[in-house]
Design a protein around this ligand. Structure first.
Ligand SMILES: *[C@@H]1O[C@H](CO)[C@@H](O)[C@H](O)[C@H]1NC(C)=O
Ligand SMILES: *[C@@H]1O[C@H](CO)[C@@H](O)[C@H](O)[C@H]1NC(C)=O
Ligand SMILES: *[C@@H]1O[C@H](CO)[C@@H](O)[C@H](O)[C@H]1NC(C)=O
Ligand SMILES: *[C@@H]1O[C@H](CO)[C@@H](O)[C@H](O)[C@H]1NC(C)=O
Ligand SMILES: *[C@@H]1O[C@H](CO)[C@@H](O)[C@H](O)[C@H]1NC(C)=O
Length: 399
């Protein structure tokens, strides 16, 4: 065989290898459908699974946040995104990297806003991004119903978000739930800006969110409270006024799946400029929710007491009006949430393993410290519990 043929065959072989390699790296290579996405936040509980999915689908992500890389987002997200460090309490005109991007006429297929808590921040973002963005996805909350006039006792539907016309009543409700008031104020702003050709929007109203990597530690605290019950002084309990109260929850991974779908296809005029409730199909009482976690943990000898003290410790729910109706999202967005039992088992497993994983050292220390402070009078006994149950052995002085 001539030298030429050998090198030629080698070339073909190398090309074939490249092809196999590129096919494996498909997520980064699907340039045809690749979108340019701007994300406010994207490093937290809801945002990081969304960004992970967007990256896996081959989209370009620019993240604007304060630069706190929670959980393992420093390794899973930070290296693969363009990051702009910025605190939204500041004027966006001071965010020079973003201003520069826009001056270069770069446009975004979608903006996803996970960190909107103040109307002024969204107002500024909308005005600066006008003509540079196709779609604005706003993460809202079922708390919006708390400042409205719900006039039925079924699960809240999207059209219940109508504030009282009476100014005093309006103000009273807004004072009771400032968070819901602000979230609704932002939805109202999004609607208003559309009147002079602003950015099309979608508002996603989420109830309490569950799943892995929760920065609020609510699920993990309940799980550890039950798991380490015999080493803690505080007995597992729920407030009795919640005994019959039904709750909605949503899975962070389901929200991520939906948002990826929304930004991956062209903007559908039939679904924009509206709000959607998202939640598991199942609803349950706080007791049932905790019993399910207990069962998934294979714990048999544990009672969940009811306490008549209205100030009894509780971490869910964050609203008073009960569950939300997700028919609209099912119909219009093909919302198809994970079955509760699957999400339950996956989440329980995640936190059972998180406690022993070195890369989660910050959150697991927070959990151990919280149990020592709020659930026990004998901090050392808590450490014994963690050692016996999980085999983790912290020197006392480190905690
Ligand atoms: C994504 O980023 C790459 C590298 O900077 C660029 O070549 C590509 O055009 C970008 N794609 C989109 C959709 O902006
Ligand atoms: C951006 O667009 C404007 C108006 O079309 C144009 O004048 C300007 O040169 C463009 N800037 C860049 C960096 O392409
Ligand atoms: C209940 O409130 C909604 C939203 O404000 C309104 O459209 C509807 O007519 C009200 N229904 C009744 C029975 O008052
Ligand atoms: C949810 O909303 C749909 C559409 O408005 C309605 O048909 C259905 O009965 C509602 N479900 C519940 C449980 O209220
Ligand atoms: C509970 O038991 C089942 C069946 O033995 C097992 O598959 C599962 O891993 C256990 N769960 C935990 C959290 O230990």
């Amino acid at each position: 065989m001539s030298m030429y043929l050998v090198t030629h065959k080698l070339k073909i072989f190398v090309l074939w290898l490249c092809y196999v390699y590129l096919a494996r790296c498909k997520p980064q290579m699907r340039l045809a459908e690749s979108k340019n996405i701007l994300v406010f936040g994207g490093n937290g509980f809801i945002g990081s699974p969304v960004v992970e999915r967007l990256l896996a689908a081959g989209h370009n992500c620019t993240l604007i946040n304060r630069g706190n890389w929670y959980w393992d987002s420093w390794t899973k997200i930070r290296p693969y995104v363009r990051h702009i460090k910025f605190d939204r309490m500041q004027k966006i005109s001071k965010c020079s990297p973003l201003i520069e991007i826009l001056q270069n006429n770069e446009t975004f297929d979608a903006v996803i806003d996970f960190s909107a808590y103040h109307e002024f921040a969204v107002q500024e973002a909308l005005s600066i991004l006008k003509d540079h963005a196709q779609l604005y996805i706003f993460i809202s909350s079922d708390s919006v119903y708390e400042v409205c006039l719900k006039n039925h006792s079924n699960p809240s539907v999207e059209s219940d978000s109508v504030r009282p016309t009476d100014e005093k009543k309006r103000q009273r409700l807004a004072n009771i739930d400032d968070y819901g008031h602000r979230k609704l104020e932002i939805e109202e702003l999004l609607e208003y800006q559309r009147k002079d050709g602003g950015i099309p929007f979608i508002a996603l109203r989420l109830p309490d969110v569950v799943g892995p990597r929760d920065n609020t530690y609510r699920w993990w605290l309940y799980q550890s409270w039950m798991r380490l019950q015999e080493y803690l002084d505080k007995k597992v309990s729920i407030p009795s006024y919640l005994s019959k109260h039904l709750l909605s929850f949503v899975y962070n991974n389901d929200v991520a799946k939906l948002i990826e779908k929304l930004v991956s296809s062209d903007v559908d005029p039939n679904i924009i400029d509206q709000a959607y409730n998202l939640a598991f199909t199942e609803t349950f009482t706080l007791r049932q929710f905790l019993l399910d976690i207990k069962t998934a943990l294979n714990i048999t000898n544990l009672d969940i007491k009811e306490d008549d003290d209205p100030d009894t410790f509780r971490l869910f729910p964050s609203v008073t009006l009960g569950p939300i109706n997700t028919s609209k999202a099912r119909e219009m967005l093909n919302w198809d949430p994970t079955p509760w039992k699957t999400a339950l088992v996956d989440t329980v497993k995640f936190y059972e393993s998180a406690i022993t994983r070195a890369e989660f050292d910050v959150p697991r220390r927070d959990i151990i410290r919280s149990l020592q402070i709020y659930f026990s009078d004998r901090p050392f006994k808590v450490l014994i519990g963690f050692k016996r149950e999980y085999g983790i052995d912290y020197p006392k002085d480190e905690l």
